[in-house]
Structure formats: C-alpha cells, structure tokens
Design a protein around this ligand. Structure first.
Ligand code: GLY
Length: 255
C-alpha cells in the first residue's frame, strides 16, 4: 500500500498568517521553505509519496493543509475552516482528495478545522475549539457514525487545535498536554505526557514505523523513545512562528 502525503508549498504571504495564541514575530520565508523541504524529505524517507500543491500568494496559511480536509478509509470530509480567511484554501485540496475518496462537506453554520480531528484506528477524537464549533462536530459525527467510527468530542482550551494538545504516536499511545484538554475520555489508550517545559510537544505525525516530531521538543522525544517509539526530528521553527506544527503540513492518504 502506498501512503500519499499531500502537502502545499509555503506562501510568500506567510508573514500575514492567522495567529491566535502567539505574538507575531518575523518569519523568514526562505528558511520556512527550506524547513518544509526537509519535512517532505522526512516523509519520503519514511516511505511516503509526497504530492505538493502550489502555494497561493493570497493565502498566508495554505501550507497548513491538514485543516482543509480529513481523509478516512471510506470518505474524505472537506472542512469549513473556522478562520474565514482560510476558506479560500479549499478548492485545490478538495479536487485532489476527490480523486481518491467520495467527498462530504461541512456546511454552514458548521466550522471544522482538520487540526481538530484525530483518528486512531476506529476512534475519532474531535476538538471543540476556537476553530471547530458544535455544529461542525455534529456534522462530522453524522458522516462517520454510519461507518462505525466511535466519535468522541473533546473541549480544547488554551491552544489552537486538538492536535496542539494531543496526537497519536501509535495505535495505542497518545501524546498529551493535560493543560489544554480534559483526559477523562481517553479511556483505552496509554498516555505519554509532554515534558513540562515543552507545552507544544504533543504534536507528532504517526507513520507506519515511526513518528515525525519537531526538534524543539527533545525531552518529550526521550519519553517517546523510552516507550520504544522511533522518532525522526525535523526543525520547523519558522512554521511554528505561524502556529504550525508537524501534523498541520500534510494530509496522509492510504492509496
Ligand atoms: N496560522 C495557522 C492558523 O491559524 O490556522
């Protein structure tokens, strides 16, 4: 089976990105592009086939392609991003995923960012956040319930997305920052907590035999390695200034 990683180039306008929890600091577009290239190389080294969509000068956040579509084995859900400035990012991403899956769409008044959706096997955690509202969660649940997914809603506070606070490092291990989500509903999973000095360390991209993780979080990396998880680190410091992380920069599609 091929694992396609859909990515999108860094926009020349990234300095005008949305920011919710970070102060704006200068972003070097060339460095951001070099880091994004290295990220794609990391995906290829893990066996992914990378397909990169073009950037758009009017879409500062378009490199964070994860927010635009969520792909399951059976369907793809085209989101309606919570930030109105990001809704124009949708058409090329929808065209690309529609070639691989039947498509459902989040409709108004629903909003949903892909960064708020974490699938782990047949469980789907959905964050209700500043970007994803109850209507968006409800529409996703209606699309997935007939397919047999266990959809669990989680309230997110203090960070941008659910996947800022929690991701999966394997089919059984979750990496979690308990400061930003309640953890009572994580039954059935092992939890690795981020190191207390690494608030943003919970974002890992789970591939078949490893995770990709930002190099900024070495102590959380140690905790993962102690569980026997292979960690490939990549420097995404410029994209982090735009409130991006490793999962945000790709959509993984088994093809
Ligand atoms: N800058 C990433 C986002 O706000 O969507």
């Amino acid at each position: 089976m091929t694992l396609l990683a859909l990515t999108r180039d860094v926009s020349p306008a990234i300095a005008r990105c949305e920011l919710t929890h970070l102060e704006r600091t200068p972003i070097d577009v060339d460095v951001a592009r070099a880091q994004h290239d290295a990220y794609e190389q990391c995906l290829e080294a893990a066996g992914c086939v990378v397909q990169r969509l073009e950037a758009d000068a009017d879409m500062p956040d378009s490199v964070f392609i994860e927010d635009i579509a969520v792909v399951f084995d059976e369907i793809a859900v085209i989101t309606r991003p919570g930030a109105a400035s990001r809704r124009a990012e949708t058409p090329p991403v929808a065209d690309a995923v529609a070639r691989m899956r039947p498509v459902r769409r989040i409709e108004p008044p629903g909003t949903l960012d892909g960064g708020d959706v974490l699938r782990v096997g047949r469980t789907v955690f959905v964050g209700r956040s500043g970007r994803t509202n109850s209507a968006g969660v409800g529409q996703l649940r209606c699309a997935l319930r007939p397919l047999g997914y266990d959809v669990r809603e989680i309230e997110v506070r203090g960070c941008l997305h659910l996947k800022s606070a929690m991701t999966a490092a394997s089919d059984t291990v979750l990496v979690v920052n308990r400061a930003w989500i309640p953890t009572a509903d994580l039954t059935g999973f092992e939890i690795v907590e981020v190191h207390p000095d690494e608030h943003y360390g919970a974002n890992v991209l789970h591939l078949a035999d490893r995770v990709i993780h930002a190099a900024a979080f070495p102590r959380t990396r140690e905790r993962l390695e102690q569980r026997g998880i292979r960690v490939d680190s990549v420097d995404l410091s410029e994209l982090a200034k735009a409130e991006g992380a490793v999962t945000c920069c790709s959509i993984l599609i088994p093809a």
